[in-house]
Design a binder for this molecule. Structure first.
Ligand SMILES: Cc1cc2nc3c(=O)[nH]c(=O)nc-3n(C[C@H](O)[C@H](O)[C@H](O)COP(=O)(O)OP(=O)(O)OC[C@H]3O[C@@H](n4cnc5c(N)ncnc54)[C@H](O)[C@@H]3O)c2cc1C
Length: 389
């Protein structure tokens, strides 16, 4: 098993020009200040709501760092560049928070269009979807709560499932995977239900429907085990994307406000422990399980290489992949790809105003924690120093 040197910034940033690196340095330096992030995100949201002409500014800065383009054609050059380094693209039409049936139909149509595109391009082998973009949020919440649906709601739920079904069927027929993103815990029950139903139909030995499991949530390790049991009982491949989870603040504040116990582990260490155990469980059962190790945590990537080695799996084993977000953790993606592991980059595309919620999450994730420089900034500065000699 090849040793992966995650600190090799020369490989990590080989396809970035000096100018591009300096741009990233400036951007991550600004994001390092929590107060700037707070003011910046509020101003950008307000300006877009008021239809002020700030899209060009957002696009030239933060959008360019984290997104592929406003449409698939515009994202083409990024996809090709990643492909040259043996990195596959997970295409995500980054629209969130829609509420009307017309919007859901439009999102489904975009996803079908993305699939058509992916079919023709060997560098794209997964598309990503948020079910809150295909169903009304309140409906997902009601299904998850276990409350009885009215007849009208039942029909609405069936229409949503039919939308997802058409996408999964087309993906299965084209040999493309569909990541079903994990979202807020109070709608996740419905998401899991739909994902299991689709997996039963389409994971016939291949990972078509890949359900995300958030290990920052208490009890999700058991859910992972239950997922495998459900797959065994119903004779399909259990395909999962492991993530720690992106909605911690919202989860905790909702639990606090509504007076129920927080669903999130009490400490970061507990989340790390659950994540590592989850990864270990998946690799122990590889073959019955397909796993995507979706993380920016270097230790989790190292653990993947060690677990694969001890199980005697080749780096490019078709049932194991790792994924990082575009614009982040290139030291993990590029060094693992160089060593022959299956690596994917999650690449959102779509109109600037539509991907704003995604961009805001990225800025918050890259804000300094207790005054420390963000991971990304450290790496970029290291490479700039190396280039200066
Ligand atoms: C390819 C890809 C796809 C993704 N898809 C999804 C998705 O579908 N759904 C989703 O929710 N997220 C998704 N994420 C985001 C992911 O959940 C994390 O927010 C992000 O990757 C940071 O976690 P990390 O594994 O990189 O680890 P680290 O950066 O080492 O850990 C940070 C994470 O640990 C957890 N954490 C931090 N502090 C505490 C604490 N005090 N107590 C308990 N836990 C804590 C949080 O989850 C936090 O995000 C995705 C990430 C990637 C790379």
């Amino acid at each position: 098993m090849p040793q992966v040197d995650f600190s090799d910034t020369q490989i990590a940033f080989a396809d970035k020009s000096d100018a591009a690196l300096k741009r990233s340095n400036l951007l991550f330096s600004l994001m390092n200040y929590p107060i700037l992030v707070k003011i910046g995100t509020r101003l950008a949201t307000l300006a877009l709501q008021l239809r002020l002409p700030v899209e060009g500014l957002v696009k030239a800065t933060i959008y360019r760092q984290f997104c592929g383009g406003e449409n698939i054609e515009e994202a083409r050059s990024v996809i090709d560049k990643l492909g040259e380094s043996n990195i596959k693209t997970i295409l995500d039409y980054g629209v969130e928070g829609k509420e009307s049936e017309a919007d859901f139909d439009r999102t489904a149509a975009y996803l079908s269009q993305t699939l058509e595109y992916a079919k023709e391009d060997e560098d794209i082998h997964i598309i990503s979807t948020k079910l809150s973009g295909l169903f009304r949020f309140g409906l997902l919440e009601k299904v998850s709560s276990g409350a009885a649906l009215t007849n009208v709601e039942k029909e609405e739920y069936e229409r949503g499932k039919a939308r997802v079904g058409r996408i999964c069927k087309a993906a299965f027929e084209s040999g493309i995977g569909v990541h079903v993103d994990a979202e807020h815990s109070w709608i996740q029950g419905a998401i899991d239900e739909v994902a299991w139903e689709m997996s039963r139909q389409y994971n016939k030995g291949v990972p078509t429907v890949i359900n995300a499991v958030q290990l920052y949530r208490k009890g999700r390790l058991q859910f992972l085990k239950d997922s495998l049991q459900h797959a065994r009982d119903n004779g399909y491949l259990c395909a999962v994307k492991l993530v720690r989870g992106a909605y911690m603040e919202k989860e905790r504040s909702r639990a606090h406000a509504m007076g129920y116990p927080s669903p999130i582990h009490e400490s970061l260490e507990e989340t790390h422990r659950a994540y590592n155990e989850g990864l270990q469980f998946c690799i122990e059962h590889i073959g019955e399980v397909y796993v995507c190790n979706a993380t920016h945590n270097e230790e989790s990537c190292r653990l993947q290489t060690e677990l694969m080695e001890s199980k005697g799996l080749s780096p490019g084993h078709p049932m194991v992949a790792t994924a990082q977000l575009y614009g982040m953790s290139d030291n993990l993606s590029y060094n693992m790809a160089k060593a022959g592991f299956n690596v994917e980059k999650y690449l959102p595309y779509g109109p600037v105003r539509e991907v704003l919620p995604y961009l805001i999450r990225r800025t918050q994730e890259n804000t300094s924690v207790e005054g420390q420089m963000s991971r990304e900034l450290n790496l970029i500065r290291k490479e700039l120093r190396r280039r200066r000699g």
